[in-house]
Design a protein around this ligand. Structure first.
Ligand code: KG4
Ligand code: ZN
Length: 361
């Protein structure tokens, strides 16, 4: 079976094809530069850009893979959570294709797809503990099977990626700031006293990162010199020079440490909880899973606890069509589908478990 995956939940338009041999091809267009001008994603612009790019990307994908529309047996679309207008554009595209070609249709939970995407490169081992860290979400799951996710914890306010993006904005870095903060952090020294590890003094598995940006505001009020200057017109970032350049790197390292240590402590707490009984692997996924310090911390945590640690290569961490196509292929192979009346789910609403089982695998 060949599955077309459609990802338009935020600011990346991405289409991919997955077949029985794995990923056949992917075509993507990032809107990051457009939204960087505004310091964050502008939903209306995002929807329009998706509408503009879907058709040309689809044409290029078919040309590159030599797959014909009639070879596509299933279309999987990211149904949410995400920006509603953006999801509707991808959903309409996927539904129109299914109507025209008679292909099966399936809506995929974007958050689950991030975690399942690890299966494109590694053998998935269930039950697994999943840590999803992206620009919009931070969740912990117990995953018993591709269609059995149990949420154990979530962020109560900002997501881990948002914590990087908002701190990066204060540091004068362009949106999204996670990757550049990661690069700067690699040159810096961690001072664990600079930033708090938020929301650890409790016994739950939830997160709260919003206080970290306040800590950054307080730090910069006392140390205003260590910020960069980003010129939207040229797209260039001017880093400070001399000792302030080192201070910026140290701040990035210390801030990253605060985020990573918080994620590590809660993941360890989850591993030690009764909900984690029988778990043999930790899956790390989402845009922030590309973070070097986080990868090292999770690898060490897994090793110390005798578990495997799986994460996608950096290109599969950010939003991508391959993760939707792969999840669609896996769930489709188990016999799942949706009717074309399936709803898109905006951020903040729980994605319903309403797939239809056409046949048992
Ligand atoms: O999964 P993703 O592409 O989109 C969402 O579904 O949100 O994640 C994007 C997020 C952004 O907040 C970005 O700053 C962050 O991932 N990010 C990183 C790194 N690369 C991307 N954060 C920390 N370190 C990185 N290397
Ligand atoms: Zn995502």
């Amino acid at each position: 079976m060949i599955c077309l995956g459609v990802e338009t939940s935020c600011d990346d338009t991405s289409l991919a094809l997955v077949g029985d041999t794995g990923l056949l091809g992917q075509k993507s267009s990032s809107q990051a530069q457009v939204h960087a001008l505004f310091g964050g994603v502008v939903p209306e612009i995002a929807s329009r850009e998706h509408a503009r790019y879907l058709q040309p990307l689809f044409k290029a994908l078919l040309e590159e893979t030599k797959v014909k529309p009639e070879d596509i047996g299933l279309v999987a679309v990211a149904r949410g959570p995400g920006l509603l207008g953006s999801l509707l554009v991808g959903g309409a595209f996927a539904k129109a294709f299914c109507l025209g070609q008679g292909a099966r249709f399936l809506g995929v939970n974007h958050l689950h797809a991030h975690l399942l995407a690890v299966g494109l490169e590694h053998e998935l081992a269930f039950p697994a503990l999943g840590l999803l860290v992206s620009g919009g979400h931070t969740q912990l799951y117990r995953i018993d099977a591709p269609d059995r996710f149990t949420q154990l914890g979530r962020t109560l306010d900002d997501a881990a990626g948002e914590a990087f993006d908002k701190a990066g904005k204060q540091l004068g870095l362009p949106y999204p700031a996670g990757r550049i903060m990661d690069e700067l952090a690699c040159e810096g020294r961690v001072d664990a006293r600079l930033f708090p590890r938020p929301y650890l003094d409790n016994d739950n598995l939830d997160f709260s990162f919003s206080g970290l940006k306040t800590a950054m505001t307080a730090y910069l009020a006392k140390h205003p010199g260590c910020t960069a200057r980003w010129d939207a017109a040229t797209g260039r970032v001017a880093l400070p020079e001399g000792p302030e350049r080192q201070e910026l790197a140290d701040v990035c390292a210390s801030y990253t440490y605060a985020v990573v240590e918080t994620l590590r402590v809660k993941t360890l707490r989850a591993l030690e909880s009764p909900e984690a009984r029988g778990i043999n692997s930790i899956i790390l996924a989402g845009g922030v899973a590309a973070n070097s310090m986080l990868r090292e911390a999770m690898l060490a945590l897994a090793r110390e606890n005798g578990k495997a640690c799986l994460y996608p290569s950096p290109a599969l961490c950010a939003d991508n069509g391959a993760m939707i196509a792969y999840s669609g292929w896996v769930l489709g192979s188990l016999g799942y589908a949706h009717g074309l009346e399936m709803e898109a789910i905006p951020r903040g609403r729980r994605v319903p478990e309403d797939m239809i089982l056409l046949r048992s695998a």
